[in-house]
Write a protein that binds this ligand. Structure first.
Ligand code: ARG
Length: 278
């Protein structure tokens, strides 16, 4: 089923597989070209400071999460593996800043970070404030529920009246707002806190990308995926965000992504980091 019209998921929620679209806003051809001159040496700037500073929200295994290694708290994940390759190709060191997902694009605009690696989906709204690389990873979205509730949830309507937990500023928050009353939506900075809230009966469902839902269910007792309800997004997927107008940097980033895809490294990173989740 192809859904041309945006946001009103309710209209098509009768089907158990739902396609959400972010197209149709008429400005998708508005490219980066017109901005190329303003900041043409973003690549050079990173090279001369000798380090690539990325921002992430490390609450999203297997994309990025905290892990104690040799007694030290570290941020790991397949996004981080990609960022390491990015730094390597740039010939610089990698520095990671962990922050609220909601604050990442602001940090980018105020030059606190050079790039966002956070499983971030390039939406039309975000594209007004940042340039995005090619998509490097695709996933559907799933609700995580308390075990036993999953049999009864086959369509969006089955979640009406329930408390839905989403990450603040995420596209999942947008999906929730399009489908449920504001009073029934709880937005938090960290997905890890949403999972705790689910276990403690403070929310009834948490919406996240499928790999995140899956890992959390595997690692936590008492929660399950609503496996009869899948939300697909033909315009979704994860991309690297950069400051607008950094054409040279964008080109370099896409080159590394292409290399990693050609070498089938990204899927391998996903497998590798899955083993790190406690
Ligand atoms: N893909 C979703 C978005 O772009 C959620 C990403 C959440 N990422 C994270 N590191 N917590 O809104």
């Amino acid at each position: 089923m192809k859904v041309g019209i945006v946001k009103k998921l309710v209209a098509i929620a009768a089907a158990s597989v739902i396609a959400i679209g972010m197209v149709g806003c008429g400005n998708s051809t508005k490219g980066n070209k017109e901005n190329t001159s303003s900041n043409a040496s973003a690549l050079q700037a990173i090279k001369s400071k000798g380090k690539l500073v990325i921002g992430t929200s490390a609450d999203y295994p297997p994309y990025e999460f905290h892990k104690e290694i040799d007694g030290k708290d570290q941020i790991v994940g397949f996004d981080i593996e990609i960022a390491k390759e990015m730094a390597k190709d740039l010939g610089v060191e990698l520095e990671i800043k962990d922050m609220a997902f909601d604050g990442l694009l602001v940090a980018l605009q105020s030059d606190k970070i050079d790039m966002v690696f956070a499983g971030m989906t390039p939406t039309d709204e975000r594209k007004q404030n940042a340039d995005f690389s090619d998509i490097y990873y695709n996933a559907t979205h799933r609700f995580v529920l308390r075990s036993g509730d999953e049999a009864g949830i086959t369509k969006m309507e089955d979640l009406k009246g329930k408390k839905i937990g989403v990450q603040k500023g995420s596209i999942q928050e947008g999906i929730a707002k399009d489908n449920f009353d504001a009073a029934n939506i709880k937005s938090l900075d960290k997905v890890t806190d949403l999972i705790l809230d689910l276990k403690n009966n403070k929310v009834d469902a948490v919406l996240a990308e499928q790999p995140v839902a899956k890992i959390n269910v595997e690692k936590n007792e008492g929660i399950a995926i609503a496996d009869k309800l899948e939300i697909t997004d033909p315009n979704g997927g994860s991309a690297v965000a950069m400051k607008k107008g950094s054409a040279d940097l964008l080109e370099q980033v896409n080159k590394t992504i292409k290399r990693l895809k050609d070498e089938d490294k990204i899927n391998q990173f996903v497998v590798d980091v899955n083993k790190l989740v406690d």
